[in-house]
Design a protein around this ligand. Structure first.
Ligand code: SAH
Ligand code: SF4
Length: 358
């Protein structure tokens, strides 16, 4: 009987140690293998030269390490680079490198498509194609860091590409543990931000995780009536419940929850909306990130005027909130927030339906 080689990209180090032991090898080789994969970007087991030739030969028969292939790489005028990546099964996804924010940041995906269907988001229009594995999530980081010669550099990660990370909870958390491993990327969780639309049970589970990323909540409206129009999930988990969960969320010293708020002209950008938002967030350790809509064909909203954006921000700031307005990066190559959608591949029935909807 031949067994399929095991994909090491999906394994945390303890799981790799166990897999090595199962196959009659020493556990400590896991540290060496991790360091080759994550620190040096080497995924050919035969090239891991501090392992004996005999061991390399048998590892090559028993294991594989898959990495997403880079299909295209587009560079924006502002330095943002969008990568189209191909997974092992041919599905494609996008990941974005954003330089100097001031940190170097990788914006990576947790799903192909997304099931949440937010009214202003192109990824939402695709529907969910499938979840990514932990290896595919960390593989985006390996692919980008390798291509950009940044394997030995410090960078931040935002889970703000395609997909809802808390809808793919286990693989996302496994990916964070792999990224954190001190024999691998050794990423501090403080350098990772998880952005969620507010899947409440998963948010409560996240609050109990030993490894805690920074949290960003995609709020977009100060009340249930308005939010339910923009974020269908709000019909299940309302604004009050999300804010209550945020108040209970364990935060490190000096850290705050980011509230993302996509500004849509004439929909959620009035002075009254700003006042309601300020009231809602009083008593929450928060900062607000206003994201003027990145308009796109098929998205039935418009970006507010600069004056309306300023006024909205000022009302929040006057009430003591920390506010920033997100500068949209990479809009010329459609790499900006909510603009990630993979074209030209076989569409799922869900996608076809989503695209056909008015
Ligand atoms: N699913 C998660 C993370 C990915 S979306 C979430 O929703 O939080 C990342 C951010 O991009 C979210 O805040 C989302 O609301 C925002 N976004 C989506 N579509 C957008 C658009 N058309 N213009 C600007 N921001 C958008
Ligand atoms: Fe999914 Fe986030 Fe887009 Fe909503 S905004 S559809 S949750 S990716």
């Amino acid at each position: 009987m031949t067994t399929q080689p095991l994909d090491l990209a999906n394994l945390e180090r303890p799981a790799l140690e166990a897999a090595l032991e199962d196959r009659g090898h020493q556990r400590f080789h896991a540290r060496q293998i991790f360091s080759w994969i994550y620190k040096r970007g080497v995924t050919d087991l035969g090239a891991m030269t501090d392992l004996s030739r005999e061991l390399r030969t048998s590892l090559n028969e028993q294991f594989t390490i898959t990495t997403p292939d880079i299909v295209t790489r587009e560079c924006s005028k502002d330095g943002t680079e969008k990568f189209l990546l191909r997974l092992n099964d041919g599905k494609q996804l996008e990941a974005v490198f954003i330089p100097d924010t001031p940190a170097m940041t990788f914006c990576i995906s947790t799903q192909v498509g997304c099931a949440m269907g937010c009214a202003f988001c192109l990824t939402g229009k695709m529907g969910l194609v499938r979840n990514l594995t932990a290896g595919e999530i960390t593989g985006q980081v390996r692919a980008l860091a390798g291509a950009l010669h940044m394997l030995d550099k410090k960078f931040n990660i935002v889970l703000m590409g395609m997909g809802e990370p808390l809808h793919n909870y286990d693989e996302t958390m496994r990916a964070l543990r792999i990224l954190h491993d001190d024999h691998g990327f050794d990423m501090s969780p403080r350098r990772v931000t998880l952005s969620t639309v507010g899947l409440l049970p998963a948010l409560e589970k996240l609050a109990r995780e030993p490894l805690m990323p920074n949290l960003a909540i995609s709020l977009h409206a100060p009340n249930d009536r308005l939010r339910a129009e923009l974020v269908p999930l709000n019909k299940k988990y309302g604004v009050g419940d999300i804010i209550a969960a945020c108040k209970r969320f364990p935060l490190a010293k000096r850290s705050r929850i980011t509230f993302e708020y996509v500004l849509l002209a004439g929909v959620n950008d009035s002075p009254e909306d700003a006042r309601q938002l300020a009231k809602l967030l009083s008593g929450v350790k928060s900062k607000v990130n206003l994201i003027p809509l990145n308009a796109a064909p098929g998205i039935p909203f418009e970006r507010p005027s600069d004056a309306a954006i300023d006024q909205f921000a000022r009302i929040l700031a006057d009430r003591g909130l920390i506010v920033s307005v997100r500068k949209s990066r990479g809009r010329d190559i459609r790499a900006a927030c909510g603009q990630l959608i993979v074209e030209g591949q076989q569409r799922s029935p869900g996608q076809k339906l989503a695209i056909a909807l008015p």
